[in-house]
Design a protein around this ligand. Structure first.
Ligand SMILES: [Fe+2]
Ligand SMILES: [Fe+2]
Length: 185
């Protein structure tokens, strides 16, 4: 994996920064959900945090030959108030990635014929669509004062594809990984 063009490299660095912060933010919001007696929403945050780690790792790996320091500017959501608002931050962050960030980054990578970056951005955007839907359902429950159900979540360690137990496929539909390698939460 490697990258040759400066613009795609910048987008990879920014996406790495954004995914890294999302990973951290979701772990903090998971603990907050636990404190509010929403342990299953806490599990959802931890599952998605793992998916964001996979995205950050993929972007970082594509940049492996770009050795040295960089200042990284990336979108970040702030706030630690209550789980309903934290979930709104999560939904907003995911939708920004789905509707704005990754479509632009993907097109840049395609234009610059950066196959590895294109794959890394593609993996991420497909997972973020699911994350937005999972967080929306969780927010509906939290608004009504309820936790979500106790179904396990499964996350593909290669691309971050995230599903509930009942929807676990034989092979990851995004990257082809076998279900045996999925991590459960
Ligand atoms: Fe996500
Ligand atoms: Fe996958």
């Amino acid at each position: 994996m490697s990258v040759k063009n400066a613009m795609t490299a910048d987008f990879l660095r920014s996406a790495y920064g954004g995914e890294s912060m999302a990973h951290m933010r979701y772990l903090v919001w998971a603990d907050a959900a636990d404190r509010e007696k929403f342990p299953n929403i806490g599990r959802l945050f931890r599952a998605v945090a793992y998916a964001e780690w996979a995205h950050a790792k993929n972007h970082f790996t594509v940049l492996k030959d770009q050795v040295g320091d960089s200042s990284v500017t990336a979108g970040a959501v702030f706030g630690l108030t209550n789980t309903v608002e934290n979930l709104q931050g999560a939904i907003d962050g995911e939708l920004h990635e789905v509707d704005q960030m990754y479509p632009v980054y993907l097109n840049a990578a395609r234009y610059q014929e950066e196959k590895d970056a294109e794959r890394s951005f593609h993996f991420a955007v497909e997972a973020e669509k699911q994350h937005a839907e999972l967080f929306k359902k969780a927010q509906e429950s939290a608004k009504a004062g309820n936790d979500i159900g106790d179904d396990k979540f499964y996350v593909c360690p290669v691309c971050g594809y995230t599903v509930v137990e009942d929807d676990l496929p034989e092979k990851c539909p995004v990257c082809g990984a076998k279900k045996e390698v999925f991590k459960d939460f």
